[in-house]
Design a protein around this ligand. Structure first.
Ligand SMILES: C[S@@+](CC[C@H](N)C(=O)[O-])C[C@H]1O[C@@H](n2cnc3c(N)ncnc32)[C@H](O)[C@@H]1O
Length: 341
């Protein structure tokens, strides 16, 4: 079992637990069966893992890159003895993580993207513009913080990140304001960054969306390389799934959803040509490696959105693995943005 990172490892206990999004739809698409092995690549508050373990007498390999996520895993492991394996790491590494437990093929993979409520609601993690905290935003413990980025990157790089990963039209003005402010003193708090963005964009009284939403999303996605992780994770799932195994992905914004959509389109006969063999970006032909479970992405019901507003932008895409070989990873074809091109 994983240990917490010490920053506030007991925090999960005092925080409202993450409400799993589109849970019944995830189970319906995944269809876990007795004897299955399922990878839950984004354990978070364990909502999916628990429901999967309750649905069938299966095993779950639970991965999260955030050690604090596993504060709740002990309870679950006790409730389902020998059936939950909690592993600290990135889901793009699911093959080597599973292999370290002697597992080379699995029956299902779920990915529920983004941050959990526990991460978002803990100001010390630095994900929230609503509550002031250190400007951190790292899901794991390694690498630079968001403060490192805003205080050291060139203005043009900051503008590109905010534009590409936040789809923020006023990215240049925001980057300029950041650079002006940091010349006075380093920017170290989420509240400070949110205030700088509000200073540029203003705040409309009737707009429920905070003006800093897109800038915070951009820094978080870039810092944690989340879109690259997603593309690599989808391809890892494609390689590790048995024929007949199922992949279920829940995305929360257009950049994530575009990658999931392109992945399934390029791997299924629902690709641009609808042929039995699909050209990849290099023009090479591959047999479809997935059959789509839903032609169109599923969305949460109005009831779910009323009960859990964080579900409102969720989109679920799912596919069943065929016996065709996995296609090669092509980050550009899957729509993973890079800086400078
Ligand atoms: C939305 S939450 C998952 C919630 C979970 N399905 C539940 O029902 O409680 C997303 C989780 O995925 C983790 N995560 C995000 N990207 C990851 C990655 N590349 N590898 C492993 N974990 C990741 C985050 O740390 C977070 O805990």
């Amino acid at each position: 079992m994983m240990a917490g990172r010490g920053r506030n490892s007991s925090a999960a206990g005092g925080l409202a637990r993450h409400i799993p999004v589109m849970l019944s739809e995830v189970l319906e698409a995944l269809q876990p069966k007795d004897g299955d092995i399922v990878v839950d690549g984004t354990f978070g508050g364990g909502g999916y893992a628990k429901a999967i373990l309750e649905t069938a007498d299966c095993k779950v390999i639970a991965i999260d890159r955030d050690a604090e996520a596993f504060a709740l895993a002990g309870e679950l492991a006790d409730a389902f003895p020998g059936r939950l394996i909690a592993m600290l790491g990135r889901y793009s590494e699911m093959e080597s993580l599973a292999a370290s437990e002697g597992v080379t093929r699995v029956d299902g993979v779920t990915l529920d993207l983004g941050v959990s409520s526990m991460q978002l609601d803990q100001p010390e993690r630095g994900f929230s513009f609503a509550q002031d905290g250190p400007l951190d935003m790292r899901m794991g413990e390694e690498g630079p913080t968001a403060a490192d980025l805003v205080n050291t990157l060139a203005e043009s790089e900051l503008a590109d990140i905010i534009y590409i990963f936040g789809e923020e039209r006023r990215s240049r003005a925001i980057a300029k304001a950041i650079v002006k402010r940091r010349a006075e003193a380093p920017i170290t708090r989420t509240g400070e960054l949110a205030e700088i963005v509000v200073g540029v964009l203003g705040r409309k009284r009737d707009d429920p969306k905070h003006p800093a939403t897109r800038t915070f999303q951009a820094l978080r996605l870039y810092l944690n390389a989340e879109l690259e992780e997603l593309a690599k994770g989808l391809c890892a799932a494609e390689r590790i799934l048995k024929s007949g195994g199922r992949l279920v992905v829940v995305t929360f914004h257009s950049l994530e959803d575009r990658i999931a959509k392109r992945f399934f389109a390029s791997r299924s006969a629902a690709g641009p040509k609808g042929s039995r063999h699909l050209p990849d970006a290099g023009g090479e032909e591959f047999a479809p490696s997935f059959q789509l479970i839903n032609r169109r992405p599923l969305e949460p019901s109005n009831d779910e959105i009323r009960g859990n507003p964080r579900a409102r932008s969720a989109r679920l895409r799912a596919g069943e693995r065929t016996d065709a070989p996995a296609h090669p990873l092509d980050l550009t074809a899957l729509g993973v943005p890079g800086l400078g091109g």
